[in-house]
Design a binder for this molecule. Structure first.
Ligand code: APR
Ligand code: PHB
Length: 385
């Protein structure tokens, strides 16, 4: 087998890259080690910046997103039992759309297969070879047979646990692990608010998000080593109610919990994102903490850059962009990292014993919500200006 760009991983990064290349007449093959059902069911974040929404529309796959997605013009910040709205549209002219990441993945896969373009699920023993040479290859097993895919370039879009990053010899890693995690639930109930609620409480952070008019996604800051078995549904709702409380007696709508999980929170950046003819994009190269939901939006920024420099290479035989790929990404990667870490530090209980720090945090929250400059800075970061 031969292709121009071999792509490892059918997450948002790999699928979107393939589509961007296809739109510009560059062929690619995606090699994915999981099944189609698995990647389409995986529950992930669900906030798209307007730029991401515009990108999907320009790729001709935004129809269901525009119909079923929920456009939001702001978020609510909640602290000291009071509610403060950050109006994105008024402050920045932009909005966001709530559309589950796995729904986006479903739309991308459907369009890909409809056009009969190669997307190989359940490939095993995937490995890369000769990435330093002009003819890098992807080796793997597919439907019981050993395969070799010869490429001009390989895009490592295989997420944080993939194999591509391990092949970066000169990689420098920048990492920060947060001393807490998020306990996330999906529940069958109508959202309690028109917009997302980010609550900073003495007991810890809580987030009210949603997937549809009948499905909510809520999160609680929890211990890093939290045992999910210690969290009955009653305990989860009780804790959410306490952290979301307002002086007016606000109650979150409660419903049947259909999914529960604990995730750790980390910041991770690898530089450089390229070696030889291998280029990393998305979670393979960086992880942001989920506060602010930048992960998928950031992955999309990478592949927009990667598609552009590949296009320059194929259309004008101009290699200079490709050589600069990692540098071109560095700015948006660190900007997303900065915003996500800032939102995380602003809203979480960093040290439950340290009341001084908590007082400063509440003062910062008031400074943001009481000033147009403060609110605008948050709105610009959130919508991805
Ligand atoms: N061979 C082939 N495929 C692999 C391999 C491998 N060795 N290892 C991992 N993969 C696949 C995974 O199964 C997954 O489908 O690569 C894909 C990577 O997809 P994602 O993890 O979704 O990463 P990415 O496309 O960069 O999307 C970033 O996903 O994690 C969220 O919040 C994050 O929203 C962000 C987005
Ligand atoms: C989500 O809906 O899963 C979500 C929303 C906002 C975040 C993180 C996750 O900041």
């Amino acid at each position: 087998m031969r292709t121009q760009v071999g792509i490892i991983g059918a997450g948002p990064a790999g699928l979107t890259l393939s589509r961007l290349l296809h739109q510009n007449g560059i062929e690619s093959v995606i090699v994915e080690n999981r099944s189609r059902a698995y990647i389409e069911q995986r529950v992930r974040a669900g906030v798209l910046e307007q730029g991401s929404m515009d990108l999907f529309n320009s790729l001709g796959i935004g129809e269901r997103m525009m119909r079923e997605g929920m456009q939001h013009h702001g978020i609510e910040l909640r602290f000291s039992e009071t509610s403060h709205r950050i109006d994105f549209t008024q402050l920045t002219g932009k909005s966001i759309i709530i559309y589950g990441q796995q729904e986006m993945v479903k739309d991308l896969v459907a369009a890909h297969l409809q056009e009969a373009r190669p997307l190989l699920f359940e490939a095993s023993d995937v490995s890369l070879d000769r990435i330093d040479s002009p003819t890098p290859v992807i080796n793997f097993q597919y439907q019981g047979q050993a395969q070799q895919l010869q490429c001009d370039y390989i895009a490592g879009c295989d997420g944080f646990h993939g194999i591509s990053r391990q092949l970066m010899p000169a990689a420098q890693v920048y990492e920060h692990k947060f001393p807490f995690g998020w306990l996330g639930i999906l529940a069958e109930v109508a959202p309690s608010s028109h917009e997302l609620i980010y609550a900073s409480h003495d007991r810890g952070f809580a987030l009210h998000s949603m997937r549809s008019p009948k499905l909510v996604r809520n999160y609680l800051q929890c211990a890093l080593d939290e045992d999910i078995n210690n969290w009955s549904d009653d305990r989860i709702w009780n804790e959410l109610q306490q952290r979301m409380a307002l002086t007016d007696g606000f109650r979150l709508n409660e419903g049947r919990i259909i999914e529960k999980s604990v995730t750790s929170m980390r910041s991770f950046v690898v530089e450089t994102m390229q070696h030889g003819n291998l280029f990393l994009a998305g979670d393979a190269a960086h992880i942001v903490p989920p506060t602010g939901a930048k992960g998928m939006n950031l992955a999309l920024r990478d592949v927009v850059v990667l598609a552009k420099v590949l296009l320059d290479r194929y259309q004008s035989n101009n290699n200079s962009g490709l050589r600069q790929y990692s540098i071109l990404c560095s700015r948006h990667v660190w900007k997303a990292q900065y915003f996500s870490v800032w939102m995380t530090s602003l809203l979480h209980r960093l040290d439950a014993q340290d009341d001084f720090q908590r007082k400063l945090q509440l003062t910062q929250l008031r400074a943001i919500t009481e000033s147009v400059a403060g609110s605008t800075a948050m709105a610009e970061g959130y919508v991805g200006l």
